[in-house]
Design a protein around this ligand. Structure first.
Ligand SMILES: *Cc1c(COP(=O)(O)O)cnc(C)c1O
Length: 225
């Protein structure tokens, strides 16, 4: 399969997941994760009409920003405070999960004189090796970020599920994150974005309410046959 067919396949799987769950497919955006592709791969993805892309490592992300300034780049990986100074041109940072990072983003935002859009990363399975806040800690964290850091715009939540053979197994985790979003929305927070689902589990994530799916291998890597 070429990239165009893989892209069509992803779109039709998202459409089907939406019809199973009574959602409008226009409410789901695919973020192409480019960490394992080269510039040609990015050109090809662009030619298919993909405009939102993401990187999880800062060094490569900075090269991408320089080489493809017209693409809407997201930063989706773990973020160290000493790398915050490189974050000005990302449209969304998916990995805010601690106080010190919020502080550092706010003070950069003041220097840049601009609003920085962020997602709060949660760790729904409580995996010790993964980043993200415990779901129980998230409401208070969000409340404080919104209350104290006026230049940080919290657009929603991001989550990663453990890799499992059967993606149905992680459905309860995605549901938990969607419930958290609902709870916070009923308290008056907007939080329209739910970034969850990757190649292995994006259909389940869409059924559970994801608005942004982060897809790398299903788009860029040809299946080994
Ligand atoms: C690599 C990566 C993805 C995409 O993973 P695939 O399984 O290749 O779709 C999504 N989100 C994050 C944070 C990643 O690092």
């Amino acid at each position: 399969m070429d990239m165009k067919s893989r892209w069509k396949d992803i779109q039709s799987r998202i459409d089907q997941a939406c019809s199973r769950s009574g959602r409008d497919p226009r409410g789901v955006t695919v973020l192409a994760v480019t960490k394992n592709t080269d510039n040609d791969g990015i050109y090809e993805a662009e030619s298919l009409g993909i405009t939102e892309m993401g990187e999880n490592r800062m060094q490569q992300a900075r090269q991408r920003l320089r080489a493809f300034p017209h693409i809407r780049w997201h930063f989706i990986g773990p973020l160290q405070t000493n790398k915050v100074r490189y974050c000005r041109d990302f449209v969304l940072i998916h990995s805010l999960d601690r106080w010190k990072l919020a502080q550092s983003l706010q003070s950069r935002a003041e220097k840049w004189d601009k609003t920085v859009h962020v997602l709060i990363q949660v760790n729904p399975a409580g995996e010790p090796q993964k980043h993200g806040l415990d779901i129980r800690e998230a409401p208070e964290f969000i409340e404080q970020v919104v209350g104290q850091y006026p230049l940080l715009k919290v657009d929603g939540l991001m989550a990663m599920a453990p890799f499992v053979d059967d993606p149905q197994e992680v459905r309860p985790l995605f549901r938990e994150v969607a419930k958290l979003q609902n709870r916070l929305q009923s308290k008056g927070y907007a939080l329209p974005v739910l970034s969850m689902g990757m190649t292995n589990d994006y259909e389940v994530a869409v059924e559970e309410g994801a608005t942004l799916v982060r897809i790398g291998s299903a788009l860029f890597r040809e299946e080994e046959t």
